[in-house]
Write a protein that binds this ligand. Structure first.
Ligand code: KG4
Ligand code: ZN
Length: 341
């Protein structure tokens, strides 16, 4: 009888303000996923302070790995490969996870796999949707990136378009700050928007003629100027209306580009990924868009939308499966984009 052994990967994620480790079996089975969030630490500064993030990762990485391995109930010797996010992200933060992964891979004599954080966000969908397979179109909307891609097969990413300036999440965070809401701003804007009128203020939808690219800086400036003018003239501001109108403009731009991508690729599936895909209104609008176009919509549960190491383990499995491994010279790539493998 042939015994097929499960492939078990220990994955680390330290690209921004979450120190995370996960043990993942055969790409889609999460045996453990531990996240130590720094959000409360950065909140008092209104955003992530890179130096503080790196130092906090140094303090947290080994306890988080210990906990992930313990909760998975596997011995370290049973780990088949070690993976870590190597970009994009904050250089000092990335280096903590990479250094820990290198040390473990070397000590265990196992392959090391460097994972692109954005690709990890897309692969988070495989964890919760066992039936999901490429081809599909993916809309990645995170704090640092906004991009539309065609994913024709595993380990292949074709960039259709991306943001020319701010990312969608960054715009959410900046407008939240202007409204005196705490960091991270996306979930706060979403909550406030529930009681607001999305048609109260007509904020600009930029680059209407662009098929696949995005721009959020004009919208961000328009919202900040609106608040500034109101402050100067003493006009009353309905913060819920600002939140709802701003959110509606972001979602309009995202859903229009996603629809263009689905049509251009003749896609039957659209996948949302990244922190902003936790937004309920975006999911609702995208569900209607997908339905109109005869496509199925996929998104991860909120905990897998934001940063985690399970998605890194899932992505690493498919890289390992097709022989994409790294040597110990791998370095942090803070500006890494989608690489066509
Ligand atoms: O993917 P992520 O956790 O980190 C990056 O890779 O950047 O995304 C974080 C971003 C933040 O900008 C946060 O405000 C936004 O995702 N976000 C949301 C929601 N939850 C998180 N934006 C809108 N609505 C949400 N519910
Ligand atoms: Zn992320």
């Amino acid at each position: 009888m042939k015994i097929i052994k499960d492939v078990i990967i220990l994955a680390l994620e330290t690209s921004c303000d979450e120190t995370a480790a996960a043990v993942v079996s055969n790409g889609r089975g999460v045996l453990s996923s531990v996240i130590s969030s720094q959000i409360p630490i950065h909140r008092r500064f209104g955003g992530v302070v890179p130096e503080i993030a790196s130092r906090r990762h140094v303090g947290q990485i080994l306890p988080v790995i210990d906990q992930a391995v313990r909760e998975a109930g596997v011995d370290l010797s049973r780990i088949d490969a070690v993976a870590a996010t190597y970009g994009p992200g904050l250089a000092g933060a990335l280096l903590v996870g990479i250094a820990a992964a290198k040390g473990l891979a070397f000590a265990l004599g196992r392959p090391l796999i460097g994972v692109n954080h954005l690709e990890g966000h897309i692969y988070a969908n495989f964890i919760e949707h066992p039936e999901l397979e490429p081809p599909f179109v993916a809309l990645v909307v995170s704090g640092g990136h906004t991009a539309l891609l065609s994913v024709p097969e595993y380990n292949c990413f074709e960039l259709l378009g991306s943001t020319w300036d701010d990312a969608a999440g960054e715009a959410f965070d900046k407008i939240a700050r202007a409204l005196s809401l705490p960091y991270p701003g996306g979930p706060e804007i979403e909550k406030l928007a529930v009681s607001g009128n999305p048609a109260a203020i007509v904020f600009p939808r930029a680059m209407k003629d662009e098929q696949f690219n995005f721009s959020f800086s004009g919208l961000k400036s328009a919202a900040v100027n609106y608040l500034h003018n109101a402050r100067q003239t003493g006009a009353a501001v309905n913060k819920a209306d600002v939140a709802a109108s701003f959110q509606a403009a972001v979602i309009d731009m995202l859903s229009e580009r996603a629809a263009a991508g689905i049509k251009a690729c003749g896609a039957r599936k659209i996948v949302l990924a990244g922190g902003v895909s936790a937004n309920g209104k975006l999911r609702e609008v995208m569900a209607a868009t997908a339905k109109d176009l005869g496509a199925s919509l996929y998104y991860p549960s909120p905990a897998l939308c934001t940063d985690n190491a399970a998605m890194i383990g899932c992505r690493a499995y498919y890289l390992l499966r097709d022989g994409f491994i790294n040597d110990l010279a791998i370095n942090a790539c803070p500006a890494l984009s989608f690489v066509k493998t």
